[in-house]
Ligand binder design. Structure first.
Ligand SMILES: O=C(O)C(=O)C[C@]1(C(=O)O)C=C[C@@H](O)C=C1
Length: 370
């Protein structure tokens, strides 16, 4: 068989498969619409709390669907790629039920926007806001369904502002998403490559690329700005500057990438939290985040952590922040594996509650899948 003939035959097979996939996606979307009708009827049934909103978005179910897509996968696409395809199908199905609105730490083109789209898919309506506390406020006011904020970076550590904002908020953590962060050095079409005297970026990104800058641009002034996207925007009209930012910002402002992946740690990643008002049922692989205030006694941290050890709970993070109320009191932010509905977790929380001055469960949520 000639190459041309073979190609034609293969494309006919692909056309037939696409037609089947299309029909199946439509069938799936019709099912999602029926699910929406069932959910709506349940909130409107006699005896139901009529002030409670219908919860169309179900993080635990989405995590299960994505995990299953990965488990089922037998290649040649890798598991993450397969899950990403299902992520988009589910995002489109949810948009049919109710278009989901998500606020993120902007402006457009930030890694936080990338994280929001990774988590909710491209059918979500995303809205950029200027500061972390604005994202919290917008969710609290009910103007959007969820917010996305960064919480820790593998190279630079915790984003204190996000943790501190939880001290004065009743919002819950409904999910997490991790993003590999690749920084690039980018310039505009008016930049003179041999005359770069300043480089703009967010302070965290400048820190994440410190060694690379020391060796490639030791004498260039490093200027911290509010976001990577803002850095890219500034470079647009300047002949003597460059920016460090991600792919999205380069695309958005039409910048040229001079050097790719300049982060000092090759596995540089940032974890983002999904904040909302919804309590999320167990998905089968969950994490819980707590905020605990302890009186400033010797051994307070040991007392606090002992129940976790006794009930064999796997801690994934412990952070300390000074409390906003008393000068010498501390607030601990603790993340661990498990859901508040698990018996061992409930027992641990009971014991921790007895020892703490204050204990707040920030949320139980599915461990990030993608
Ligand atoms: O299972 C549901 O509750 C649905 O609404 C369906 C579906 C899906 O497309 O699979 C869509 C949105 C939800 O966030 C979870 C799953």
């Amino acid at each position: 068989m000639s190459d041309e003939h073979k190609l034609k035959e293969l494309r006919e097979r692909i056309d037939a498969i696409d037609s089947d996939i299309g029909k199946l996606i439509s069938e799936r979307a019709r099912c999602a619409l029926e699910v929406a009708a069932v959910k709506k009827a349940a909130t409107e049934s006699p005896g139901a709390d009529t002030t409670a909103p219908t919860l169309y978005y179900r993080p635990e179910r989405e995590a299960q669907v994505l995990r299953r897509a990965m488990e089922r996968n037998s290649g040649p696409l890798d598991d993450e790629e397969m899950a990403r395809l299902f992520r988009e199908i589910m995002s489109a199905c949810l948009a049919l039920e109710e278009p989901i609105k998500v606020a993120f730490l902007g402006p457009e083109g930030t890694f936080t926007q990338q994280a929001a789209l990774k988590h909710f898919g491209n059918s979500a309506v995303t809205r950029p806001l200027g500061a972390i506390d604005e994202v919290f406020r917008e969710v609290e006011a009910g103007a959007v369904n969820f917010g996305v904020v960064p919480v820790e970076n593998s190279t630079e550590g915790v984003i204190n502002h996000t943790l501190d904002t939880f001290m004065n908020s009743n919002l819950r953590i409904c999910g997490e998403v991790e993003l590999r962060i690749h920084h690039h050095l980018m310039i505009s079409d008016v930049t003179r490559q041999d005359s770069i005297t300043r480089v703009y970026s967010h302070a965290q990104s400048l820190a994440q690329c410190r060694k690379w800058l020391d060796s490639h641009f030791p004498h260039v002034e490093r200027i911290a700005v509010a976001s990577n996207a803002e850095a890219a925007r500034r470079v647009k009209g300047e002949w003597n500057s460059a920016a460090i930012a991600g792919d999205m910002a380069a695309d958005l402002y039409g910048l040229k990438i001079l050097a790719e992946k300049i982060e000092d740690q090759p596995d540089n990643s940032t974890r983002f939290l999904i904040i909302g008002t919804q309590e999320v049922p167990a998905s089968g692989d969950d994490k819980t985040s707590l905020m605990v205030s302890m009186r400033n006694n010797p051994g307070a941290l040991h007392d606090l952590l002992e129940p976790f050890h006794r009930y064999r709970i796997d801690l994934t993070r412990v952070e300390t922040r000074p409390s906003s109320s008393g000068t010498w009191n501390y607030v601990f932010f603790i993340d661990f594996a498990g859901h508040v509905d698990d018996e061992r977790v409930a027992n641990t929380l009971h014991d921790v509650g007895n020892r703490a001055a204050d204990l707040k469960v920030l949320g139980s949520y599915p461990r990030g899948v993608l």
